[in-house]
Design a protein around this ligand. Structure first.
Ligand SMILES: Cc1ncc(COP(=O)(O)O)c(C=O)c1O
Length: 429
């Protein structure tokens, strides 16, 4: 029997329900591919992390990492939970402001940032976390912020794939230890009064050890900066990256243990380096939204060759790129056959003209027929936000579900959308 992985996704007589709403009904009403998001799960994930952390230390702030899922509804839900936002582009700052976040709740952590983007950040008055000496110098030429934060590379990286490891020797992110003091010195010299220090080691971590190792380094650097320049830190930001299990054999990170161990280290080291009692910031993305969303995709083709059985669906890597980009595994269930035995092995293939457009390889599923509805689970992080119009396929829609109610929160693009913003030069008209 197919398992449905948690209480938000129920199995009612073999049919998938998302927080009380039939997946089949949603697919019929809004067509597929379709992202379906559970509001309750997003709220519960946020509360779980926030409440567990504040049990151990009161000065904790969560900066939801918008890149994981920038749906306005998701941002609004998290605003109402008391979250702040970690933005990595002017676009994410813009969306967070539109969702109602005040600028003081937005932290910008960009890399390879242009001058006009820096001006936009200054105009919108968000906190800037600089990624390079170059960025800092260019910023200070036209503006002296009240607070400057510096992203350090703690020489430790971790993550589920090399593309998402963001610390260590090969990483383009952050400032190396040797330049960190110089960064704060420059800022202090021109009159910056308040300081933060940030790191982000990578994404999809299911153990606490890489955090502990990186935090030791980050706090040591903070202690050194304090010693050299006498600056105090308003906050110490340890980034995001808290993982979520995707494969059946993976175990979730124990959030109680995670909170206890990182905050124990934090308290010990801030005491040791005489850093006072700064805020600790975390920037989780995946942990908040990943398992709150399913991607519904309809089966249009079953193709059997002497070597393989292919299930052709209407979502490809234009809709969910993680399997193609990172080799990621997503659990898949057949939304209309949850009680049927999994007895055949299939490759689940998207509609793109690319051999790499495979959502799942060698997956054991119930016997599939055309017209079945598949649900790709754990699709809420880096799902829609990484989607594209590749192969000239309009992007899909998103629906938000809350305790049996539902609403379309992003319209499906149409063929006309493909022409938007295109113009022809006079000689081709
Ligand atoms: C600076 C920064 N913070 C936070 C995150 C969130 O990571 P995750 O979704 O794994 O929590 C990312 C993602 O790569 C990031 O680049």
């Amino acid at each position: 029997m197919a398992k449905v992985i948690h209480e938000y996704f129920e199995n009612k007589d073999g049919l998938l329900y998302v927080d009380g709403v039939s997946a089949l009904k949603l697919a019929k009403e809004f067509d597929t591919p379709l992202y379906v998001m559970s509001e309750r799960r997003i709220r519960d994930n946020f509360r779980c992390l926030s409440e567990t952390l504040t049990k151990h230390y009161s000065k904790v702030r969560i900066y939801y990492s918008a890149k994981a899922n920038t749906s306005l509804s998701v941002l609004k839900i998290l605003l109402s939970e008391g979250s702040c936002v970690d933005a990595v582009s002017p676009g994410e700052v813009y969306l967070a402001l539109k969702a109602g976040f005040p600028s003081e709740k937005i932290l910008f952590t960009g890399t390879s940032v242009r001058d006009d983007e820096l001006r936009f950040l200054v105009e919108t008055n968000v906190t800037i976390n600089v990624d390079s000496l170059s960025q800092l110098k260019r910023l200070l030429k036209f503006h002296v912020p009240d607070l400057v934060s510096v992203r350090v590379n703690p020489e430790v990286g971790a993550g589920h794939h090399e593309h998402v490891v963001t610390g260590g020797k090969a990483s383009k992110f952050g400032i190396w230890q040797g330049d960190v003091v110089e960064a704060y010195r420059l800022a202090k010299k021109v009159g910056v009064k308040k300081f933060g220090i940030q790191m982000h080691i990578g994404s999809g971590n299911l153990t606490v050890e890489p955090y502990l190792e990186a935090m030791e380094k980050q706090l040591q650097i903070a202690g050194h900066v304090k010693n050299e320049l006498g600056v105090d830190f308003e906050f110490i930001d340890i980034g995001g990256g808290v993982g979520v299990p995707y494969r059946p054999e993976e175990k979730p990170l124990d959030i109680d243990e995670f909170a206890e161990r990182i905050l124990e280290l934090f308290k010990n080291k801030t005491r040791e380096y005489e850093l006072g009692e700064p805020w600790i910031y975390l920037e989780p993305g995946r942990f908040i939204v990943c398992d709150a969303v399913v991607l519904l995709t309809a089966v249009n083709t079953v193709k059997v060759t002497p070597f393989k059985k292919f299930v052709g669906v209407d979502a490809g890597f234009n809709t969910l790129i993680r399997p193609a980009m990172y080799g990621s595994y997503h659990p898949i269930v057949v939304a209309n056959k949850l009680n049927e035995p999994e007895k055949d092995i299939y490759d689940v293939a998207g509609p793109l003209c690319e051999s790499g457009d495979i959502l799942a390889r060698d997956r054991k599923l119930p016997k599939i027929e055309e017209g079945d509805l598949l649900a790709v689970l754990n699709a809420g992080a880096y799902g829609f936000s990484m989607s594209s119009q590749y192969n000239s396929r309009p992007r899909c829609a998103e629906v938000l579900v809350k305790d049996g109610e539902y609403a379309l929160v992003r319209e499906r693009e149409t063929l006309e959308t493909l022409l938007e913003r295109q113009t022809l030069p006079p000689w081709l008209k």
